[in-house]
Design a protein around this ligand. Structure first.
Ligand SMILES: [Fe+2]
Ligand SMILES: [Fe+2]
Length: 252
């Protein structure tokens, strides 16, 4: 059964949560959602930091530095929203320990844990910035939790730039390295990029939609991402990998 939104965008402030003016379950769902968003931003920042020492093309350096600074800022904004709820960064990260092992965190972990070369950087940007833009633009911008909606607005403007970088670099990489290695890298990264949206129809997402913390199910966002990426891949003269339909997705 599809969930119906019960709370309007921006209708809940931190004080409403801490003073217990919303259901206790709202606070639990919100905390988990913010903790997941915060750690995704932090892992993305770590990935850009690693790429800084590994990408040899000097033309990319200013962009990596800009994205690194912005991802750090995004992480600070979301951890700041958690602080207002009385949850510090260590506590928030601890809540995410089981989730980090799930397929939905494979892409951000890969970027954070293995320094990316130029092609890896392009793939990470497609897997994390392009997906992030969709999650934040569609789900978090109209969050019922006003501090998250406000943070999303700031993040969104910068993620739009990151997505432009990802798309243009995909074309550049296809020209620079030739289609074969880029197609192979797409096959390598795409399953984890789509899995980053999380499983379809989960109880957690149902609660998020009901509380107005998300607008759409993960599946809808994943489909939107695939259609957007397919256009970009075709524009770059590359081949879109085929994936298995169920979560977690794998190469078909
Ligand atoms: Fe970000
Ligand atoms: Fe980004």
């Amino acid at each position: 059964m599809a969930a119906r939104r019960e709370l309007a965008p921006g209708s809940v402030e931190a004080a409403d949560v801490t003073a217990g003016r919303v259901e206790p379950h709202y606070a639990r769902v919100l905390t988990r959602l913010l903790a997941a968003h915060a750690i995704a931003e932090k892992l993305t920042a770590l990935g850009y930091q690693g790429a800084l020492g590994c990408v040899l093309n000097p033309a990319l350096r200013p962009i990596i530095e800009k994205n690194l600074a912005e991802e750090r800022k995004h992480a600070r904004l979301v951890y700041g929203a958690l602080e207002e709820l009385g949850i510090n960064e260590v506590h928030a990260d601890r809540l995410m320990i089981p989730a980090l092992k799930a397929p939905s965190f494979a892409a951000p972990r890969r970027f954070a844990e293995h320094a990316a070369d130029e092609l890896g950087l392009v793939m990470a940007s497609i897997s994390l910035d392009m997906t992030g833009l969709i999650m934040i633009g569609i789900n978090y911008k109209d969050s019922s939790y006003a501090p998250h909606a406000r943070a999303a607005e700031v993040i969104l403007a910068e993620e739009e730039d990151h997505e432009i970088f990802a798309s243009s670099e995909l074309r550049v990489a296809a020209g620079r390295f030739g289609p074969e290695p880029v197609n192979a890298a797409l096959c390598d990264w795409l399953p984890s990029a789509v899995n980053f949206f999380g499983p379809p129809g989960s109880g957690f997402t149902y609660d998020c939609i009901r509380y107005g913390l998300k607008a759409r199910d993960n599946q809808e966002l994943a489909e939107l991402y695939l259609s957007l990426l397919e256009r970009r891949v075709q524009q770059a003269g590359l081949a879109m990998p085929r994936l298995t339909p169920g979560y977690p997705h794998a190469l078909a």
